[in-house]
Design a protein around this ligand. Sequence first.
Ligand SMILES: C[S@@+](CC[C@H](N)C(=O)[O-])C[C@H]1O[C@@H](n2cnc3c(N)ncnc32)[C@H](O)[C@@H]1O
Length: 439
Amino acid sequence: MDVLTRVEQEGAYSNLQLNSALQRASLSREDTGLATELVYGTVARLNTLDYFLERFVAKGLNKLQPWVRSLLRLSLYQMMYLDRIPPHAVVNEAVNLAKRRGHQGISGMVNGVLRNILRNREQLVLPEDLSPAKRIALEHSHPLWLVERWISQYDEAVAEAICRANNEPPAVSVRVNTTMISRDEMLAEMKEAGLDAVPSSLSPEGILVLSGGNMALSDWYRDGQISVQDESSMLVAGAVGPASGMKILDCCAAPGGKTAHIAELMKDQGEIIANDLHEHKRKLIGEQAERLGLDTIHTVTGNALELVQKYPAGSFDRILLDAPCSGLGVIRRKPDLKWTKTAGDIGEIASLQRELLDSVSSLLRVGGILVYSTCTIDSEENEGTVQHFLKTHPGFGLPEDAGEEWSKLHSKTEGVGVQILPQDYHSDGFYIARLQRFS
Ligand SMILES: C[S@@+](CC[C@H](N)C(=O)[O-])C[C@H]1O[C@@H](n2cnc3c(N)ncnc32)[C@H](O)[C@@H]1O
């Protein structure tokens, strides 16, 4: 309840707030799991919960003290979306909390509202005359403007599938450090340890771990044999097409997941300049490189717009611009995003993306490959940015020889780049465009 209140009142990130609350609380593993489910679930379902609560709170949700609002939301979340907590336990817990935190009057109100909901559960259904966008927004808990935007960029069915997928828990996937061990060997080790692990069908280095807990706590991770990475992100290094001995620029590299993958594919031979705007984030890239035993990665701090002043034009064989973006492809992992982002934010970040792409492209040698990627599914940030770039940079185009893996992925799209939606492969929403410099 405190975490939810701080997230609402202070605009705090739910993952950071939750982590620090969990550290202070030292709960059992089961209760940690439940607290996590309650926080993420309530944040994810916010507008739907509020829509129904408004029917039962006589003076209106907005008039309640913030902590009471949080308490009602997380109680209704349990009643509507969790099936292993008996409703009377939900009400008892809520009433006890309200007594401890407030006074008799508030606990009586909480008791009354929740019992009233239990008696009238048939009212927890959406009216049939809602517009399609409004129905999707309330059924799958997304802001209306975003649903409308996705309907106009895709269509109604795709927009609904995106919203549905955004409420499903993400899969756990790891990338094998092939400079140390092959994927088959790692799969065999995992199976021997009793894990349910299968090869990724998207990435040759990927493994899906269907049961196995937090892989970042495993010995394989500590010893640098694996990294935790989403399958969509694993496609980016392949699109860059690195080879031993190349000179590669990763413009926005922290925390270094894709940089490290590129270095692994180069068998750690060549040179990678990994840049990030923030010094504290740059350090994370160095830590990853050290853990994975990769020497080719050189980290630098600075604005990617200023890289043109640091390096000679045409001096890189490959450039990766994994651009800052709205993050709308990773709502499953960060449900707060959908409530905090605005259409204005998207416009702003899209113009930075255009500037970045324009600026770093001059550093690529003729014949070299430039990859632009984001973890968003918004067409203004993705296809819009790349189309604009191609119009204003006639020396660039689609590569002549795309390679088998990339061609397979790209064959499913009419766009310049590949747009992966969260429902496509149950991985993060992601965009990847692969361009070549011809003159
Ligand atoms: C999508 S993340 C990169 C993720 C990274 N490529 C990976 O795979 O781990 C974008 C990064 O861009 C950085 N960034 C934002 N604006 C930047 C700028 N103007 N110049 C350089 N880096 C920037 C952010 O600090 C952030 O770490």
